[in-house]
Write a protein that binds this ligand. Structure first.
Ligand SMILES: Nc1ncnc2c1ncn2[C@@H]1O[C@H](COP(=O)(O)OP(=O)(O)O)[C@@H](O)[C@H]1O
Ligand SMILES: [Mg+2]
Length: 317
């Protein structure tokens, strides 16, 4: 098939891709094609390795360079609906997440966790620190928010790293969440890297409130507990360790990830300023809870609307 084949339909521009990549789907929706730069070539190589290791990921069918010098990769479709799509489609007028979606999330999460647990790399502190840097986008976050570059923040990150010493590292996704999870596997391995076992899967429902809680679905405490219990069971059967005990350390890094690339360049975009300040607030909230109790409850986050109401005009810090 020609790389410029007219049968590819544009799906979306790729998020956070410096090469301005995009995603396309073919006419019968059985294949997806991505374009990009060197990062896409690395992503595809990683995904091929994961497929060979038995990870539930799309098989890569084709790859190469287009006539105008872009990298392209074609992979099989894992289906029409992500768990995020299914969660939205099954909303019944309330914000309640469907139990079916929670069960599916637990099932796919357990499958990924099992594949990861079968390929552990013994961890050392340097690898964990590298994970904090990569997964938390800390260079970007601290450059955009220099006031967070403090001994206090570094101490909390150091505490998280110390707490995770002894947790095995595994090939990870870094952007794991319901939009990238389909009933048969996990797509979008753009931000891959070694992660402490559990980092990807444990947070799938915990990260939902970071979106602001003003639209879509929310998982109940009972659903979050049930999801984590299923993963803990899988983790116990493989490595003997529960992963829910590290939820707060994982969330500290994830709260940084959600703050990355948020600072708007355009001062007139008050909506974007509000979202940036909201994510700054959520990071601070996670930090405070972690410092105070060693645990983090994401159900205590304010919604974006609550936050906006409390902080007056949007965009004013
Ligand atoms: N192999 C695939 N199977 C099913 N859907 C896919 C596949 N690859 C991409 N998609 C669809 O295309 C969308 C965008 O692809 P993705 O790589 O997740 O882009 P982004 O990096 O912008 O999140 C996905 O959310 C999904 O709906
Ligand atoms: Mg995606």
């Amino acid at each position: 098939m020609n790389a410029q084949s007219p049968e590819w339909h544009f799906v979306k521009k790729r998020t956070a891709d410096p090469a301005d990549g995009a995603v396309y789907v073919n006419g019968d929706r059985t294949r997806y094609r991505r374009t990009g730069g060197e990062a896409l070539a690395a992503e595809a190589a990683y995904q091929r390795q994961l497929a060979a290791l038995g990870y539930p990921v799309p098989h890569i069918l084709e790859g190469g360079t287009t006539d105008d010098g872009h990298v392209f990769v074609v992979e099989e479709s894992l289906g029409e609906h992500s768990l995020h799509d299914m969660a939205l489609e099954s909303l019944d007028g309330t914000r309640a997440l469907s139990d079916t979606v929670v069960d599916l999330a637990a099932e796919v999460g357990s499958r990924l966790l099992r594949a990861q647990a079968a390929h552990v790399v013994p961890a050392d502190l340097l690898m964990l620190r590298e994970w904090v840097r990569e997964a938390g986008w800390t260079d970007n976050v601290l450059a955009e928010n220099p006031d967070l570059d403090t001994p206090r923040v570094r101490a909390a990150l150091g505490r998280a790293v110390a707490q995770l010493a002894g947790v095995p590292m595994v090939p990870g996704h870094l952007d794991y969440g319901l939009p990238n999870v389909l009933p048969v596997g996990v797509i979008d391995w753009q931000h891959h890297g070694l992660v402490p076992l559990g980092y990807d899967t444990a947070l799938a429902l915990e990260i939902v409130p970071f979106k602001g809680g003003t639209k879509g679905y929310l998982a109940s405490p009972e659903q979050r507990r049930r999801y984590l219990e299923a993963l803990d069971e899988t983790a116990r059967a493989t490595t003997g360790q529960r992963l829910s005990q590290h939820l707060a350390a994982f969330l500290l890094v994830k709260a940084l990830f959600f703050l990355a690339l948020m600072k708007p360049i355009d001062p007139t975009r008050t909506d974007k300023h509000l979202k940036w300040h909201y994510r700054r607030h959520l990071f601070t909230e996670v930090l405070e809870q972690y410092e105070r109790t060693g645990a983090v409850d994401t159900a205590r986050f304010p919604t974006l609307d609550d936050f906006a109401a409390r902080h007056g005009a949007p965009g004013r810090p």
